[in-house]
Write a protein that binds this ligand. Structure first.
Ligand SMILES: [Mg+2]
Length: 247
């Protein structure tokens, strides 16, 4: 019996990655760095989850000639954290200005869930303000209230592909994994959800369409492909969930 859906955010709710990429590049310019993350580089950097972790990985592996100045006596980690805070602000302004849409079928599922007796949770590595601005911009002021649980960003120590953020969502829902279904778009997310014992439906996104999702319960393009309205999509997800092997 399907009791809750646990949704990833970036790539699953909306194709946010190009907005994240633009926000990163804006910060680099603001800070006088000559870095430019193009789509192909960003596609590779997405293997590293978490914005701060992604910047640190870029510095460590691409060895750019220019690096952010650590403040006097400060650590590079502090400089990266400051850079990431600014990036989050820019991203949220971009999202609030209405540049993003939810992917096909997503809003229908979110709005039909309560009526179908299915609870909603979020499990994401993106930071909480990013989740809030996306839900507000796409679902209106009540968007946040449609989710019972939001597990995000730095609430756990280990980001995806570690299972921690899905385990936190399960704990806050008070449900065992077998009564829930995860929705993801990436291999890192799939591994994280599977590590938490969750059957997972993958909706492939722009940056992940080439990935292989062998441990997924089902792989599709968009949720809208599963049914003609929210209730039908949830019924289809429920039927898929019933076929999942236990554990
Ligand atoms: Mg994702």
């Amino acid at each position: 019996m399907l009791e809750a859906l646990i949704l990833d955010v970036d790539g699953t709710l909306a194709e946010t990655e190009e907005v994240h990429r633009a926000a990163f590049n804006d910060v680099f310019r603001e800070m006088g760095l000559d870095w430019e993350w193009d789509q192909s580089l960003y596609g590779r950097l997405l293997d590293v989850t978490g914005g701060k972790e992604r910047i640190a990985h870029y510095i460590a592996t691409a060895s750019p000639a220019m690096v952010p100045k650590a403040s006097a006596g400060g650590e590079m980690a502090d400089a990266i954290a400051a850079m990431h805070r600014r990036k989050t602000d820019i991203y949220n302004q971009m999202v609030a200005s209405g540049g993003l849409e939810l992917r096909p079928g997503v809003e229908a599922v979110i709005r039909a869930a309560r009526g179908a007796g299915v609870r909603l949770a979020i499990a994401t590595t993106t930071s909480l303000p990013n989740v809030e601005s996306l839900l507000r911009a796409t679902l209106g002021p009540e968007g946040l209230d449609l989710f019972e649980v939001i597990a995000a960003g730095d609430m756990v120590r280990k980001k995806k592909p570690a299972p921690d953020v899905f385990l936190l969502a399960l704990e806050r829902l008070g449900l065992p994994a077998e009564r829930c279904l995860a929705l993801e778009d990436s291999i890192n997310g799939l591994q994280s959800a599977r590590g938490a014992g969750l059957a997972t439906v993958v909706t492939k996104s722009a940056y992940t369409a080439h990935q292989r999702f062998e441990s997924a319960l089902s792989v599709t393009g968009t949720l809208a492909e599963l049914g003609e309205d929210g209730a039908a999509i949830i019924a289809a997800l429920s039927r898929l969930h019933a076929t999942a092997p236990v554990g």
